[in-house]
Design a binder for this molecule. Structure first.
Ligand SMILES: [Zn+2]
Ligand SMILES: [Zn+2]
Length: 399
C-alpha cells in the first residue's frame, strides 16, 4: 500500500498552526491482530519522520498503532525527539463520560500484588493496573485532601503529587490523616507524604509546598491525569476550574460546609463533590466559587489590611468549623466518583455533581450545563486548548 504525502501534509500544516505534535496513526485490524509495528511500518517511520518534523515545526515524531477490539482498542506507540531515542507512549487517557486509561499493549501484565486481592475481587485486575499507573494530584492536604490521599494509596494508586502551602497546626491534627501532635509546625505535604510512604513504600509521591494560584505550581499539574480539588481557597478553585477545561484534565472538586444558627448550634452539614469533565459546567457557572473571596485572596496582606481599615473586610482568615467525620465522608464520596468513572458502576447518565446533606441523611445529584459564552462552553473552543500563552488564558501574579 502506498500513502501519498498529500494525505498528511495538510494535517502537518494544521499541527504547526496549533503548535501541536502530529501523530502518524494507523490500525492493524482483524481477528487476533496485534498493534506491533511491522518491518514496513519501521521503513515508513524512517522515510517520513524528517518531513513530519519539518512541516509541523515540532521537534518530535510520534506514531500510534491501534487494533480495534470488541470493547475498545489496544495500541502501541512511540514518540521520538529530534536526534534522540524513541520513548514508548505508555498510555492513552480518554476522558468522556467514562474515564479510560489504556496502557501500551507491550506493558507488564503480571498479576496485581496479592495485597490488592480484595480490590481485584471487586473490580478485576485491569482496574488495579490502571490505579497503579494513574497520575493523581491532590490540591489541599487538610481534612478532605489527606482522607482522599489515604484512600487512593490503599486502593493502589502509586503516583501522587501533593500540593499545599500550609504548615500543620495543633487544631489540624483532629482531621489530617497521618498527623500526630509531634508533626505540628511541619509542612502538611511533608507530614502526609511521610504517612503515605509508610502505607506504600513503593509510592512515587512528589510534593509542592505552594499555592495553585502561583503559575509555576499550576503548571506542575500538567503532568497529572486527574486532580482532586481539596482546598478551601476560592482563588485556587478558579484555577482548577480552568485547568479542567484547557488541559482536559478531569478535576473532582470537594467542598464541605458546616452552618450554625444564631446560638452557634450546628444546623447544616453539607458536602459537595463536583466533577469537571468535558461538557460539564465549571465551578463559576455553578456558583460554587465565592468571587468576592477569590478576589480578596489574591490581594497582598498590605492591601487586605488597607481594605479592612476602610471598612471593607471580605470574610477572610476567619477559622471555619471542621469535623473529621464530615470531611472524611465527603472525601470518600469523591474517591467513589473516581472509581465510578473508571469502572462504570453508576447510573448510565452520569451526574456531574453529588450533594451530601449529611444532617438530613440525604444524597442528591445533578448535571449542570455551561453558561453560554463562558470559557467552559464547548462552543468557545477552550476544551483541550492546551498550553496557551498566557497559561490557562488568565493573568498570573508574581511568583
Ligand atoms: Zn502497521
Ligand atoms: Zn463556566
Amino acid at each position: 500500500m502506498l500513502i501519498g504525502s498529500e494525505g498528511y501534509v495538510g494535517a502537518l500544516g494544521a499541527a504547526e498552526t496549533d503548535r501541536a505534535i502530529p501523530i502518524w496513526f494507523h490500525t492493524h485490524p482483524g481477528d487476533g491482530a496485534v498493534p506491533i509495528p511491522s518491518k514496513y511500518d519501521r521503513q515508513v517511520d524512517r522515510d517520513i519522520s524528517d518531513l513530519f518534523q519539518l512541516r509541523s515545526g515540532s521537534a518530535f515524531y510520534a506514531t500510534l498503532i491501534a487494533s480495534p477490539q470488541s470493547d475498545g482498542f489496544i495500541f502501541t506507540g512511540e514518540i521520538t525527539p529530534e536526534g534522540g531515542q524513541a520513548v514508548p507512549i505508555d498510555r492513552v487517557w480518554s476522558v468522556g463520560e467514562r474515564w479510560r486509561l489504556l496502557q501500551n499493549f507491550t506493558r507488564d501484565t503480571t498479576a496485581p500484588a496479592t495485597i490488592f486481592d480484595r480490590n481485584v475481587r471487586a473490580f478485576g485486575p485491569d482496574i488495579q493496573h490502571v490505579l497503579g499507573d494513574l497520575r493523581v494530584a491532590i490540591v489541599g492536604a487538610g481534612g478532605t485532601g489527606s482522607a482522599v490521599a489515604e484512600q487512593l494509596v490503599r486502593l493502589g494508586v502509586r503516583h501522587l503529587l501533593l500540593v499545599d502551602s500550609d504548615i500543620l497546626s495543633a487544631s489540624n491534627v483532629t482531621r489530617v490523616f497521618g498527623s500526630t501532635p509531634r508533626e505540628v509546625g511541619q509542612p502538611k505535604v511533608d507530614v502526609l507524604r511521610a504517612h503515605l510512604m509508610r502505607i506504600a513504600p513503593d509510592l512515587i509521591c512528589s510534593t509542592i509546598q505552594g499555592m495553585v494560584t502561583v503559575q509555576s505550581v499550576a503548571q506542575a499539574l500538567r503532568s497529572s491525569d486527574i486532580v482532586f480539588g481539596c482546598t478551601d481557597d476560592n482563588a485556587g478553585r478558579l484555577v482548577l476550574s480552568r485547568l479542567a477545561t484547557f488541559l482536559l484534565t478531569p478535576v473532582i472538586d470537594v467542598g464541605v460546609l458546616l452552618s450554625s444558627d444564631s446560638a452557634g448550634v450546628l444546623i447544616g452539614i453539607d458536602g459537595r463533590v463536583t466533577t469537571l469533565t468535558p461538557g460539564a459546567a465549571c465551578l463559576v457557572c455553578r456558583n460554587r466559587v465565592d468571587m468576592a473571596r477569590a478576589a480578596a485572596e489574591m490581594r497582598t496582606p498590605e492591601e487586605r489590611q488597607r481594605l479592612a481599615d476602610e471598612g471593607y473586610a471580605p470574610a477572610l482568615g476567619q477559622v471555619e468549623p471542621a469535623v473529621v467525620a464530615f470531611t472524611t465522608a465527603v472525601a470518600a464520596a469523591a474517591v467513589n466518583e473516581l472509581l465510578d468513572r473508571l469502572i462504570g458502576y453508576g447510573p448510565p447518565e452520569r451526574p456531574n455533581e453529588t450533594l451530601l446533606r449529611l444532617h438530613e441523611r440525604e444524597i442528591s445529584t445533578n448535571s449542570a450545563a455551561p453558561r453560554p459564552r463562558h470559557y467552559c462552553d464547548m462552543a468557545q473552543g477552550k476544551w483541550g486548548a492546551g498550553d496557551e500563552e498566557p497559561f490557562l488564558g488568565q493573568l498570573w501574579g508574581a511568583e
